[in-house]
Ligand binder design. Structure first.
Ligand SMILES: [Zn+2]
Length: 292
């Protein structure tokens, strides 16, 4: 079963590399597939392989070092990782991906340059009564605590890859608010939308995007009833505004399992699913990772 998933992933990767103008470049022992250009907020795959046994594969990206699990497929050693940038904090320009590994007992190092391009995200200006824009003072402490809890969960980097692409679409509904969308409320720019909102009715099942483990199952002021799943390799998915949670922290989940029911809990005006994907703490656009 795992072999089939991997074969599918490799085919997807090659397609991504071809369409993104990617390069197939080889150090003597290491083949690295990575795009040469990406837009801010877009996730991308990096695939590393060798015909020699690989060990201690570490990839550096945006100041973080991530050890990768090596998988065997026949005579090939391979490792893969999802990387990206965040509409909330990343800037355009050239970046370097560095890969270090031991191949057949010899250490090898490969680097790739990837250009991060600006994206014109949609903007909406709104005037609203001030009390709808600023949260009441008595909840500020709670919001701060919950933000810290969320950041800790999003920074999880457990070893072992449980995700595969394409991921399962958590609900079938259309997008009501895309990734990167920015509201300017009463002339004050709010932080950009770091996930995608999908149309969903109260009670619709919300499905896990990939295999994983429940990191957080809780209730937050803004997010309402929410679930965070760890898929390994720094990949975390988040599901917000649920009417009911079906999992508790530590539970294993399989791709497609219902982790909760859609709802309108938290600070929202109507029922929908806010879905997010974090890659090593950076919230990317989940859409390119999802099945049709
Ligand atoms: Zn949202």
């Amino acid at each position: 079963m795992k072999r089939i998933i991997l074969a599918g992933t490799a085919a997807f990767l090659i397609l991504v590399a071809v369409f993104a103008g990617g390069v197939l470049a080889a150090a003597p022992e290491l083949v690295v597939l990575a795009p040469v250009e990406t837009g801010i907020g877009s996730p991308f795959l990096v695939y590393i392989s060798s015909t020699e046994p690989l060990e201690d594969v570490v990839i550096s990206w945006e100041g973080k070092q991530l050890p990768l699990e090596v998988e065997r497929s026949g005579d090939i050693s391979e490792a893969m990782v999802l990387l990206g940038t965040d509409v909330g904090s990343s800037r355009s320009g050239p970046r370097t991906i560095e890969i270090g590994a031991s191949a057949g007992g010899r250490s090898v190092a490969v680097s790739r340059t990837i250009t991060v391009a600006d994206v014109d995200f949609p903007v909406q200006r709104l005037s609203l009564p001030e009390e709808m824009v600023t949260p009441p003072k008595e909840v500020l402490e709670r919001i701060k605590r919950e933000r810290e809890e969320s950041s800790r969960a999003l920074a999880t980097m457990s070893s072992g890859r449980k995700w595969s692409v394409p991921m399962v679409r958590p609900v079938p509904g259309i997008i009501t608010s895309p990734y990167g969308f920015r509201r300017i409320l009463n002339d004050q720019p709010r932080s950009p939308h770091r996930g995608v909102d999908y149309r969903a009715a109260v009670g619709d099942p919300v499905r896990a995007a990939a295999d994983g483990t429940v990191l957080l199952s809780t209730e937050h002021y803004y997010a309402g009833q929410c679930v965070y799943l760890d898929h390994g390799n720094g990949v975390v998915s988040v599901y917000m505004h649920l009417s009911e949670r079906k999992v508790k922290e530590g539970d294993p989940v399989s791709a497609g399992d219902a982790v909760g029911l859609a709802g309108k809990s938290g600070r929202v005006t109507g029922p929908h699913l806010h879905f997010g994907i974090s890659l090593q703490g950076m919230m990317v656009d989940p859409e390119p990772l999802l099945a049709e």
